[in-house]
Design a protein around this ligand. Structure first.
Ligand code: TXE
Length: 480
């Protein structure tokens, strides 16, 4: 039995059985059978949409319960967990709407031909999710996969599986046929490769770390699966001197310290104009030192702990590297002293100044409450710094000059760019990364298309021979 720990106090909140490799294979087979010969493929788009809407209604009904579980499992504040549940509801409703839209495209192929492109489900989809936004990430994959008519095998993170277990229960209560949604629990390295290499699987959608993403791509290569990967980021937040100071400071703070920085799109790289640097950074430090860390369930907590002891150890290694490389530690850089936080995996909001782009703390994803500060003087330099990363998930530009904002936004090589904001995403708008941040997109119409195959149906309404291979002595010669 695997013990699931509340990262605030290390209390065991659940015990769950990991799947064996044989059970993981059985889940894949169940999904295959349900796709190939079950009742699910006969469901109309309207019936699938109604299922997703029922799931959304059940989520609304169980909102506070789910939010509580998400908080004790991940450590994030209850307010964040509630927002997560609301977002998950929106995602199910959005894909219920897209499911019933007829995506068939008629192609004009001239007289005597009816040509159509239709969109069909890919088949069996393996959906692997991380520990930072368990419920949200599961919904970004499950909702479009079901909307498109696929069957799925869901593998949540072994660190925070609880709300995914609940979500799968809700989907069953909503009336999904047996075998359509299958849940596999367990450690990634053990059950993961079983799922990602299984010949019966057509697609793998994964959100998690870069190293695991690479391993999954390799593992899925022999069977040429479709792959969608979201692999995090090292996201620049560029601030010009003419930005709205109050708004920019506020968003810079939440952009990096929300959920203790365990956010793939966290604004971990502050790239601030030299003229604004001193005032801006001093204010950030002042506010960072006031962030109330605590139990996610307590209404006055503004940030919880890191998710695990292992993860905090990684953050500590990165901070040590930053100091060794010569970055100036302005605040944080250690665990908090407060006795009531000792049992949790807390780490103080940390700000490093005098950072250079070649430092590991600027280049590698820490996934913790660590902000690095770099400065620039020209627009070109800001863009160059913002793009100087192997990742390309998200970035922001703050300026009062709209023309400049749009210029910079169009030059940043990131999948999402915010202008005078940091963090929002919409179910209707694509989410995903350039470069090593991944391949494919979630959310929006492309988030559905990932789970569809395009099929061209070419119908000749007046067939006649072409006689391409006719010869002079062949009676079926070409017509003159
Ligand atoms: O994630 P993993 P980890 C980053 C972040 C973090 C680092 C490592 O920098 O510090 O990744 O975190 C499953 N085959 N992100 O190790 O391993 C695993 O069980 C198949 C960014 O916790 O990527 C879990 O369900 N699956 C990220 C999922 O992969 C495997 C969010 C993610 O775990 C597997 C989280 C394998 N061989 C961490 N090995 C983001 N993009 O937001 C593991 N898994």
């Amino acid at each position: 039995m695997r013990e699931i720990i509340n990262p605030f106090n290390q209390a065991v909140i659940a015990k769950l059985a990991d799947a064996t490799p044989a059970e993981a294979r059985a889940a894949v087979r169940a999904a295959r059978v349900a796709f190939d010969s079950g009742e699910w493929p006969q469901w109309t788009p309207e019936e699938r949409a109604a299922l997703l809407t029922r799931v959304a209604d059940l989520l609304v009904h169980d909102r506070s319960d789910l939010a509580r579980w998400e908080t004790v499992d991940t450590g994030k504040t209850l307010a964040e967990s509630e927002i997560d549940v609301d977002d998950v509801v929106s995602v199910f409703r959005y894909y219920a709407g897209l499911a019933v839209r007829d995506h068939t495209r008629a192609v004009d192929a001239g007289p005597g031909v009816v040509s159509r492109v239709v969109y069909e489900p890919v088949g069996v989809c393996v959906l692997i999710t991380p520990w930072n936004y368990p419920l949200l990430q599961a919904s970004w994959k499950i909702a479009p996969a079901l909307a498109a008519g696929n069957t799925v095998v869901v593998k949540p993170s072994e660190v925070t599986p609880l709300t995914t277990v609940r979500l799968v229960e809700l989907i069953e209560r909503a009336g999904v046929p047996a075998g359509v949604v299958n849940l596999v629990l367990g450690a990634g390295p053990e059950v993961g490769p079983v799922l990602t290499s299984a010949p019966e699987v057509d697609l793998v959608s994964f959100t998690g770390g870069l190293a695991t993403g690479r391993a999954i791509m390799r593992s899925a290569a022999d069977t040429v699966k479709k792959i969608a990967l979201e692999l995090g980021g090292k996201n620049p937040n560029i601030v010009f001197p003419d930005a709205d100071f109050e708004a920019a400071v506020d968003h810079a703070l939440t952009g990096v310290f929300l959920h203790a920085g365990q956010v793939c799109s966290a604004g971990t790289r502050l790239i601030v104009h030299a003229d604004l640097h001193d005032e801006f950074v001093a204010e950030l430090v002042r506010r960072a030192e006031k962030i109330r860390l605590g139990n996610g369930l307590a209404p006055d907590s503004r940030s919880g702990p890191l998710v695990s002891a292992e993860h905090r150890a990684k953050v500590e290694r990165h901070v040590a590297a930053g100091i060794a490389e010569g970055a100036t530690l302005l605040t944080g850089g250690r665990r908090p002293d407060a006795p009531e936080l000792r049992a949790g995996f807390f780490y103080l909001p940390t700000i490093f100044d005098d950072c250079r782009r070649d430092m590991s703390i600027v280049r590698e994803e820490t996934f913790g409450p660590i902000l690095t500060v770099e400065t620039f003087t020209t627009e070109d330099e800001a863009v160059e710094l913002g793009n100087d990363t192997e990742y390309g998930l998200a970035g922001a530009v703050w300026t009062g000059d709209r023309a400049r904002a749009r210029r910079v936004a169009s030059r940043l090589r990131h999948g999402t760019v915010w202008i005078n904001d940091f963090g929002p995403y919409l179910p209707q708008a694509e989410w995903g990364g350039f470069k090593h941040s991944g391949t494919g997109r979630e959310l929006g119409p492309t988030g559905l298309a990932e789970y569809q195959e395009a099929k061209h149906i070419y119908e000749n309404t007046a067939p006649r021979p072409e006689n391409w291979f006719a010869t002079e002595d062949d009676p079926s010669g070409p017509e003159s």
